[in-house]
Design a protein around this ligand. Structure first.
Ligand SMILES: CC(C)(COP(=O)(O)OP(=O)(O)OC[C@H]1O[C@@H](n2cnc3c(N)ncnc32)[C@H](O)[C@@H]1OP(=O)(O)O)[C@@H](O)C(=O)NCCC(=O)NCCS
Length: 146
């Protein structure tokens, strides 16, 4: 992925359900693009149009489990789905994982994305567990008083 891909990457993020502003994507890209713990790949047409992208992150070390990497995003343009592009993107991150001696790839997928689940199962990924994701917004301006 190159900086020139980012406007198309932002459009595809919208299709994934994440309406991120292109400036915000540019900021985030600049923070991780030189860091070898992150890898970003785009799939392009012969006309150099980005029609899919994927992000994988090496996860921080854990006391509980051995090193793994997490797929943070995967999307293919809705006009280009079902043509093998998603499979190619997964192959790229699997190659990256092997090169980086990472033995396991994990990904979380919303239970509503049943089409994507079929795709992952076909590509050899297995459901390991079902979990709830708990979130809390942290407002840093609130401090504990004495
Ligand atoms: C899931 C996704 C990345 C797969 O990419 P792709 O390029 O369509 O995948 P491939 O062509 O390599 O494989 C096609 C398979 O993907 C699945 N698929 C999921 N959504 C599909 C769609 N809209 N059109 C066609 N195939 C789709 C099917 O299982 C299909 O297999 P089949 O042809 O045997 O039914 C892509 O469909 C997509 O971006 N979906 C919306 C975003 C999303 O759900 N991302 C995953 C988030 S966890």
């Amino acid at each position: 992925m190159n900086p020139s891909d980012l406007p198309e990457v932002a459009q595809l993020a919208r299709q994934l359900g994440y309406p991120v502003d292109v400036r915000e994507i540019e900021n985030r890209f600049s923070l991780i693009s030189d860091n070898s713990d992150y890898a970003l790949f785009v799939a392009k047409t012969d006309e150099n149009k980005a029609v899919g992208w994927i992000q994988i992150n090496r996860e921080p070390k854990s006391l509980l489990i051995s090193d793994y990497a997490d797929v943070a995003a995967l999307v293919v343009d809705e006009n280009y789905r079902g043509k093998g592009i998603g499979k190619l993107l997964l192959q790229e991150i699997e190659k990256w994982a092997r090169q980086n001696k990472i033995k396991q790839i994990r990904l979380r997928s919303n239970s509503k994305r049943t089409d994507a689940h079929r795709f992952y199962l076909r590509e050899g990924y297995q459901i390991s567990k079902l979990a709830n994701i708990f979130m809390k917004n942290c407002d840093c301006s609130i401090t504990a008083g004495v």
